[in-house]
Design a protein around this ligand. Sequence first.
Ligand code: ADP
Ligand code: MG
Length: 417
Amino acid sequence: APPLVAELKHTLKEVFGFGQFRGTQEAVIQNILAGNNTFVIMPTGAGKSLCYQLPALVLPGTAIVISPLIALMKNQVDQLGAFGVNAQVYNSTLTKTEMNRVKRDVISGDVRLLYVAPESLTKDDTIEFLLKSTISFVAIDEAHCISEWGHDFRPEYRKIRGIIDNLGGNVPIIALTATATPKVQLDIQKNLQMDDASVFKTSFNRTNLYYEVRAKHNTKKQLIQYVKLHKGKAGIIYCLSRKKVEEIAELLRVNDVRARPYHAGLDQQVRIDNQDAFLNEECDVIVATIAFGMGIDKPDVRFVIHFDAPKSIEGYYQETGRGGRDGLEGNCLMFYSYDDILKLEKFSKDKPVTERDNAHQLLAEMTNYAESAVCRRRQLLHYFGEQLDTDCGFCDNCRHPKERFEGEAAVGLALRA
Ligand code: ADP
Ligand code: MG
């Protein structure tokens, strides 16, 4: 018999320390417990992890959680460990001995959640030990990685369906993403062959986030002022290149800001250390490329700055979504110049035509957003197929309508001249 609501609430309180389910969490959990395929589309910070973590505690066997990044797996496993839950990672960072221990504990049924990257899943010996185990369900976190239309496409993600089939039996699948575009959703469902899935989609309006776009001039000075205004508070600054990341991190450090860099060119250990320092509040500001942040759960990030224009509205929305996850203050500032867009266009110059067209289209949408005088929230939600009835009153275009319009018109002219 399915666990009663009271039992689920008890686990929610006992293990996670939460008094209430949020939004559609409970309905999602019931659907998983009923053994149905489930597709969860909720914005960043909505609480998707709980949707598979809690059922994994209630159901017999081990839940497999497919996750794209080692840092992301570590973050969740550490958190679950602190709650007293036996969750493990199984990936290339483990020694042979550690791998054997994890295998043994999964087979014996001691492990509630096993976090894996799609790459480890395709290995023969992984399949072999999973066949000896009881698997409650497979959760695919950050499922947009499946889609070529998504902003962080990972080819190995497209093989997941075949792997699940190899595991035999009828293992339910739960796919989760914060990507709201219908195109990506369709692609995910098609690739996972889960047309039968119950879909749970919530609004993408993040009402506590303040959106602002400023023209790029004296940008470094503006940046320092802004960061000093939020002194001691946690923030993320996104830059386009590794070089810029290093430069800005250094600039902030000499200005007495506890800032650290994060990008794929850094040694793995340095990356982990810097991420941990940010999570543990040993540093306040992370200056990063978009390699940073997916699934990172830090509730009190007070500002997210895009020092350079992002590649797409989708990416922008995801990155800003890392601010204010606790529902409190979250300031999203983008520095924009049309030069950035041109630079980004150049990146896709040598790509195949379809990819280039796709990139161009995304950048055109980004340009429109940045240069527009329309309520930012209205634009963002429109992009995700949602209608806002009134202007939000909580973005730069709503707060300073006239000023913005003139400023932007002037900047637009100057930059395109
Ligand atoms: P997502 O994966 O959707 O971006 P997370 O699963 O990382 O979001 O959750 C975001 C934050 O919300 C976390 O700090 C998490 O602990 C918190 N959270 C999740 N569910 C609840 C709940 N029912 N009550 C209170 N906080 C919750
Ligand atoms: Mg998540």
